[in-house]
Design a protein around this ligand. Sequence first.
Ligand code: UDP
Ligand code: MG
Length: 150
Amino acid sequence: MATEQSYIMIKPDGVQRGLVGEIIKRFEQRGYTLKGLKLINVDRALAEKHYEDLSARPFFGALVEYICSGPVCAMVWEGKNIVAAGRTMIGATNPQASAPGTIRGDYSIEVGRNIIHGSDSVESATREIGLWFPEGITSWTPVAKPWIYE
Ligand code: UDP
Ligand code: MG
């Protein structure tokens, strides 16, 4: 399993509910590295582009409205197997199916208010990081790395 990057986004409900610190803490304490971070109001074109694969779904309009309804916290996290591991930490798409201990399982109830996004594949992550961070991300190596990886 290679070092990967994932696009992780705290959605407007997560920001409004004051969950930014709690969510960042989980990724940080697990040992992943924060490589990009910004709080932004999302315009319709960006939300539609991000979710373009879902444009034919009946919930697409509501989903775009939701993502544009307040600031999101856009992040890039890096680490071994972060894409799949990040999805496991986040939990199932529908919080009713998310296990306790996952982010959605601990902090959300409905699929349309599930507080966080995480890339579903390495290919999606590359596309999403390019879309949300066209200015690029921050290059650095944490000094704790040898204490996290063999
Ligand atoms: N969504 C929804 N209703 C559904 C399925 C999805 O409102 O029936 C929303 C939900 O916010 C979800 C997002 O659309 O997180 C993207 O859907 P996807 O299937 O990609 O789920 P995810 O990758 O976020 O788990
Ligand atoms: Mg998805």
